[in-house]
Design a protein around this ligand. Structure first.
Ligand SMILES: Nc1ncnc2c1ncn2[C@@H]1O[C@H](COP(=O)(O)OP(=O)(O)OP(=O)(O)O)[C@@H](O)[C@H]1O
Length: 270
């Protein structure tokens, strides 16, 4: 089932074009898509636009309607887990996830809603944190809580900005596996901005690669993530290997800037 489509989307900040006439999709229920691109390529900006939090030209459609037309508490309004999660609140983890689950639906809490929060904390392995204040959490713990807050609302489209950036190796693997499983079980369309190409290869069905404000390529990871594309977009030489279980993974051999004594840029000047 088609869930998400991006047509002619452009976004500018201070008269500087960040995204130009982006077209991709439809993305389907039950799939996971990686949004790729170098630093400052516009991944977070696109996720905010897809979440209906940012204006601009073009349209983002969820289930056939422009995203802004869905009420904030409707399941067709995308869930969005941003990159920077500040949690200075004195709320406790259980309360924060419960509050997220109630968004816009009144303040009476029944047993089923309490159970759903408990199950969600268990699913993410953070039930031991239930009684801890948000402000006392580590970066990785905050990231897991914010994923729990998004998932407990059961959105049909879930947008996550570098959701494993603060997680250790085990949590990275488990969270990405969980997102794949929930995408299939709940017929959800998951889109995640990631920097780790191997995560895209291993855990996603589809990739969209941003470069210089445009969609450079989109499609199945193994078809799109060729050494030529990675050299053009990221400026690195790579080779594809297969592990003993047959899973493909990329090895970065060198930066094509190596030895050229160029300054480190943040995307725009490449
Ligand atoms: N609110 C804003 N006002 C002005 N410029 C912005 C704003 N938000 C983002 N930008 C600019 O838009 C460009 C894209 O930023 P964005 O955060 O979308 O990139 P990104 O691909 O997510 O980068 P990274 O991988 O480094 O997180 C950058 O040049 C950034 O400075």
């Amino acid at each position: 089932m088609e869930l998400l489509k991006v047509s002619g989307v452009s976004v500018a900040f201070d008269n500087r074009m960040i995204l130009q006439n982006l077209e991709f999709g439809p993305l389907y229920a039950g799939t996971v898509t990686a949004l790729l691109g170098s630093n400052a390529a516009g991944k977070s900006t696109l996720l905010r636009r897809m979440a209906g939090e940012l204006g601009g030209k073009g349209k983002v459609e969820v289930a056939g309607q422009v995203v802004e037309s869905w009420p904030v508490c409707h399941c067709n309004r995308p869930g969005h887990v941003p990159q920077d999660i500040s949690m200075r609140s004195s709320l406790r983890v259980f309360e924060a996830v419960l509050l997220a689950s109630k968004q816009g639906s009144g303040w009476v809490v029944d047993d089923e809603e309490m159970d759903a929060v408990t199950r969600m904390l268990q699913t993410l392995g953070i039930q031991a944190l239930a009684d801890r204040e948000l402000s006392a959490l580590s970066g990785g713990q905050r990231q897991l809580v914010s994923i729990a807050q998004a998932l407990v609302r059961e959105p049909r489209v879930l947008l996550l900005d570098e959701p494993t950036s603060a997680l250790d190796l085990q949590n990275q693997f488990e969270v990405l596996e969980l997102l794949c499983r929930l995408a299939r079980e709940r017929a959800m369309c998951v889109v995640l901005a990631v920097h780790d190409i191997n995560h895209a290869l291993r855990f996603t069905d589809h990739v969209v690669v941003l470069h210089q404000g445009r969609v450079e390529a989109a499609g199945p990871p193994l078809e799109v993530l060729t050494p030529a594309l990675l050299e053009k977009v990221y400026g690195v030489r790579t080779r594809l290997e297969h592990c003993s279980q047959g899973e493909p993974f990329l090895v970065v051999e060198q930066s094509v800037r190596a030895g050229e004594a160029q300054p480190v840029t943040m995307g725009e000047a490449r």
